[in-house]
Design a protein around this ligand. Sequence first.
Ligand code: GLN
Length: 539
Amino acid sequence: MADSTKYIFVTGGVTSSLGKGIVSSSLAALLQSRGFSVTIQKLDPYINIDPGTLNPYEHGECFVTDDGAETDLDLGHYERFLDHPTSQANNVTTGRIYQSVIEKERRGDYLGKTVQVIPHITDEIKRRIRLLGDTGKYDVVITEIGGTVGDIEALPYIETVRQLRWELGRNCLSIHLTLVPYLKATGELKTKPTQHSVKMLQESGVQPDILVCRAEHSLTDDMKVKLALFTNVTRDAVFESLDARTIYEVPLLLQNQNMDGVVVQKLGLTSNQPADMSAWSSFVERLLHPSQSVRIGLIGKYVELKDAYKSIAEALIHAGVANNTQVQVEWIHSEHLDPSTVSEQLSGLNGVLVAPGFGERGFEGKIEAVRLARTQNIPFLGICFGMQASVIEYARNVLGKKEANSREVNPNTPDPVIDLMEEQKSVTHKGGTMRLGACDCALQPGTLASQVYGGAAVISERHRHRFEFNNAYLDDLRNAGMVPSGINPETGLVEVVEIPAHPWFVGVQYHPEYKSTVAHPHPLFVSFVQAGLRHAQSH
Ligand code: GLN
């Protein structure tokens, strides 16, 4: 444990989508492998309180933490790279900052003073940044600032970084991630946008210590010298981040350039062990050189935007590596599935994964996908809405309750096998009001679920939903062959269903994808891919 927590700020320039989240996660993984305890935080400059109410088309997946925070998908990367849980404190938006300041103002905490961006908003941002350091749990806190330098809405954050650099002195470092574009016509990389971006950062009073240049081609040494000269950054602190074959390669590419060494030295951290990335390298090696492959269909209604299912896609990658298998994901739009198209659309798959979701659009297609997987003995994993679809499909086609549905989709269904929980009935506000975060689940011994989790009696998984399995139908479904193999010990709610007569059929009300990491691929995904392999071998 360091005497005092070190803070690293990561800003982005020139354009968005350069991969600040991946660079932050990669640096964190390198520092962690040197024996430091590290956490990463994301500050998002938008006015929503959190991304929970955002349409996935806007913002990709909403990642959920153990403590029930609905957060930016970058937190998923942080957890996957660090194998360490994040919390509410790891994602803060402008909306939340203003909400706190306005609540204080209403309480009279400002004693009649005029409330202003500086110092009140910047003080609140500082408080949120220091919250993680003040836990005493971390040697290093990496704070990623969303958006791009020069954005109007990012200004208070950059100003906060400026102030903190004065306050923290050597305990703080500023990393600027920028784009070095390649002009095909002249065959050249161009450093000018980076020079401008750093100038803009300097105009706000922040001098970066480290530059990370995202580029399609390697920067020459001359270019690095030139960038160092123009930006007041030492030559050894100009790094390149080239397009990698997989995001999991990025830590190794940065390690090859000794980025962790430079960071440790600049922060005055005493590192008593070199970065040991051997387990990580072997993960990447296996990922890049699989010995077999399976085809898994991911059925959802946001498949045009793959970020909407980020954690599921990554969990499948982890599970593939655990099985030395390449998982080829076929992204299948549930709106395109009906009884006449489903067998063609799903043909050749070794596994069917029906994704989480909300609302009526595309839901009947999900039920068709379940029906096909169930009747054709294709391994099936249903997550949240996908699990609910599997219960509805069973009620309709095995119990013969043709109008069975979730009350979310048809409020007038005569057989609401999926229904609203009592405590949800009075909820009117949308933000942060679902069943959110970690809940215990007791697994019934002897079931597939119990076997998947290595015989564990009780597991903990994260939730994000309003509707639930309706226990009024429990006996009927059980008698018809659908086994409730995981039950919430506090509420009696069904969290896992399975069909023992099927080779591998599991529906989970929770989201296992949030807990899969490089170090610990999730057992449910590992077992699902294994079942897919068995299917591939026998077909
Ligand atoms: N729409 C469903 C519910 O609210 C499932 C949510 C989900 O898949 N995350 O219960």
